[in-house]
Design a protein around this ligand. Structure first.
Ligand SMILES: [Zn+2]
Length: 280
C-alpha cells in the first residue's frame, strides 16, 4: 500500500515538473508587437451617433478601403495561436503580420466584414458576448458563429454579459467566463483559448483567474501591457470610423513599437492551471 502511494506521489511530481511552463515576460515584451486592430459596429453613421461613438462605428465603405489598403500593402492576417507561439517561443510569423479582431457579436461583422475578409484570404478573431447571440437582428446567430469557425476564423470569449473585468468576483468568475467559454466550445466544437476584456478594462489582480480558467492569452485595448503578465494584456487599437487609410497605415507602424520595461517571469503551471509570479 505504502509502495503504491510512493509511486503515485512520484508520478504526480514528475507530471507537475514536466507540465510547468515559464513565460519569460522580458522576452515577450522584447519581441516586435504585431499590429492588432479592433472593430465593433460596421455601419453608416446616424445623426444620433456622437463623435466618441465613431471610434466604435466604422462605415462599410471605410472598412472596405482599410481592408484593401492592408491587402495592397502586403499584410497577412494571423490568428491567436500563431501570435502565442511567436510571443512565447519566437516562432516566425509571415511578412507584415496583422490581426483583425471583432468584438461584441455584431451582425454586420458577419454581413459586411466576412465577405471583405474572404476577398483577400484574410481570417479574423471574433470575441463573442455570449448573451448577445440571437438577441435581436443586430447580432449574429449561433449558425453564423459556427460558420465563421468552420471557415477558419477564431471564436473567442468576451464574457457572458460584457461584464467589467475589474468587478468580477466570487461565483461571477464561473458565470461570466467559464460558462460562455464552455458554451462556445460546444457551439464550435473547438477549444476557446483566448479572451478580450470588455471595454478594454483589466487589473493585474484578476489576470491569474484567466490562467486558472485555461486561457492562453488575453487582449486589451491600448494601455501599457502588464510587465509581469504580458501575454494576458496584449494590446490592440481601435480602427476608428473616421480614420483615413493613411491614418490607419501610420498607426499600424507607430502604435505597436516595443518600449523597454522591467519584468518578472510568469510561472504557468498548466497541470492545475494555477499561476504564480516568481518572487525575486
Ligand atoms: Zn466589448
Amino acid at each position: 500500500m505504502l509502495k503504491r502511494l510512493i509511486t503515485l506521489i512520484t508520478l504526480c511530481f514528475l507530471y507537475l515538473a514536466s507540465s510547468a511552463q515559464t513565460i519569460d515576460n522580458a522576452a515577450v515584451l522584447a519581441r516586435k508587437q504585431v499590429p492588432i486592430l479592433c472593430y465593433h459596429q460596421i455601419r453608416n453613421w446616424r445623426a444620433s451617433d456622437k463623435l466618441v461613438d465613431k471610434d466604435y462605428i466604422i462605415p462599410p465603405e471605410t472598412f472596405k478601403a482599410h481592408m484593401k489598403m492592408l491587402a495592397d500593402s502586403g499584410y497577412h492576417t494571423i490568428l491567436p495561436d500563431e501570435l502565442y507561439d511567436y510571443l512565447t517561443k519566437g516562432t516566425p510569423l509571415p511578412d507584415k503580420p496583422v490581426m483583425l479582431t471583432f468584438d461584441d457579436t455584431d451582425g454586420d461583422q458577419y454581413e459586411v466584414a466576412r465577405p471583405e475578409l474572404m476577398k483577400y484570404g484574410f481570417k479574423g478573431v471574433y470575441f463573442i458576448i455570449f448573451n448577445n447571440i440571437n438577441k435581436n437582428h443586430h447580432y449574429m446567430t449561433r449558425q453564423q458563429i459556427r460558420q465563421l469557425s468552420e471557415e477558419g476564423n477564431v471564436i473567442a470569449c468576451h464574457t457572458l454579459t460584457h461584464a467589467n473585468f475589474k468587478k468580477i468576483q466570487g461565483t461571477h468568475w464561473e458565470a461570466e467566463i467559464d460558462v460562455p467559454k464552455k458554451k462556445l466550445e460546444i457551439l464550435t466544437g473547438k477549444p476557446v483559448n483566448y479572451f478580450a476584456f470588455p471595454y478594454g478594462v483589466w487589473n493585474s489582480q484578476g489576470l491569474p483567474q484567466l490562467h486558472k480558467r485555461g486561457f492562453l492569452a488575453a487582449f486589451q485595448l491600448s494601455e501599457k501591457r502588464d510587465p509581469n503578465d504580458a501575454i494576458m494584456t496584449i494590446r490592440r487599437v481601435l480602427d476608428c470610423g473616421y480614420w483615413t487609410t493613411a491614418t490607419l497605415d501610420y498607426n499600424i507602424k507607430h502604435d505597436f513599437r516595443s518600449r523597454p520595461v522591467k519584468t518578472k517571469p510568469t510561472l504557468v503551471d498548466s497541470s492545475n492551471n494555477s499561476l504564480k509570479t516568481s518572487k525575486k
